[in-house]
Design a protein around this ligand. Sequence first.
Ligand code: ADP
Length: 491
Amino acid sequence: MYIVQIASECAPVAKVGGLGDVVYGLSRELQKRMHWVEVILPKYDCMRYDQIWGLEKIYHDLWVPWYGGSIHCAVWQGHVHGVRCFFIEPHSQDNFFNRGDYYGYPDEAMRFAFFSKAALEFLLKTNRRPDIIHCHDWQTGIVPVLLFEIYKFHGMQNSRVCYTIHNFKHQGICGEDILRATGLGRRDYFFHYDRMRDNFNPGALNLVKAGIVFSNAVTTVSPQYAWEVRLGDQGFGLGHTLNIHQQKFSGVLNGIDTDAWNPEVDRLLPAHYGPSNLDGKYRNKEVLRDRLMLRAGFKPIVSFVGRLDPQKGIHLIRHALHFSLAHGAQFVLLGSSPDPGIGHAFRQLKRQVNDNPDCHLELRYDEELSHLIYAGSDMLIVPSLFEPCGLTQMIALKYGTVPIVRGVGGLANTVFDRDHSDKPLDERNGYVFHQTDEPAIESALSRAIGLWNSSPELFRELMLNGMRCDFSWNLPGQRYLEIYDGILSQP
Ligand code: ADP
């Protein structure tokens, strides 16, 4: 099968969060199964160019229709850890992708609508006819609309689209000028509640809705989140649309890339370890303490790794920090925030705890340090208000670090409470709480810290239960191939 992924991120070259991990991890898995995979990305100035092998310009004159005229682009090709990627470089005064950051600009919808159009134009002009176009999140929600309303009539009639939504909070709400810009036109047709019109802003279009309506298959990143967005309160206004299209909608749990995330071979760790020998984990704990200037001693390390976004349960993260320190644990946080208010609050908190030898806050993005934290910690908190899938708890489990999570979305599909789950004992792998108030996380944290202190051998069993879980791309890869096969056999 020939599969092209069109996305705004791909780890590690252009990664902001889990989306990047998924695009890379799924591509690798499909390749291992002997499918032909290519990824199309914008050529951002802020990418990790050191992670691209053999970058070269392979298409010099791609003219992409835009409003009444067209924008000149070049297309580059390179390999990102074995995955063939194309990078679209537009040359226009809009300066779409040379802005120093991936996201956060007022013309966001136009930037990625242009990228979506350019990706299809590139496929058309280079005679690429993928069986499957897999696109992701609001940034590429317009791809199936453009494919089935324009490009299909230029020879791309056999391609099918699978659309994956990684987070329903971000929907690409935008103005109708995008219809003129991309050449879709026909305002009355598209600006309709059955198609692209936002369900709640009568004057706006919704790019995620467009993706849902026009794609052949729609997925989100865990079965529990699929339920929450369609029938619960997490759809941010799209539950009704999902109900209408429910026959093509499902939840597929993400995997993690077990070549990159495996404590037995992880090149970023000072010591390797696995379920049969945990000694290396304790060596990593020592190195982590040295590196972050935490004092040595008989204390568990509780950590948090992730974006400091309201979604992640900011008040619970702060509370967990204070609670851990007050209950004989150490606390480590690695996180960054594009929100100036949250960033400021955490810088203040960092100053407050600066002299505390049991606490360290690292307020930036650092891939290398994240590996050491997953390996060197005893517990990792994920107190999200909502969590489509969540990768950090899966990585923690693989690294023998016990997750303490709020039981929502993908967290509920991957972490099973040691004391209260209905799973068999050897499948219980962490601690789960449900409410968003402080006593809820306190109860889970104190059970975890209590077990670590009072019954090290039972705590070790819990770690090993987690390390045995299979969160590789094997099963999700299989599931996506079934979805692809299903839509290819449709007329
Ligand atoms: P989201 O997609 O909402 O950001 P996920 O849990 O799905 O959350 O994925 C987060 C990914 O980003 C994980 O691989 C995590 O290790 C990584 N990550 C998040 N913040 C940082 C950071 N500050 N430094 C290093 N890695 C980070």
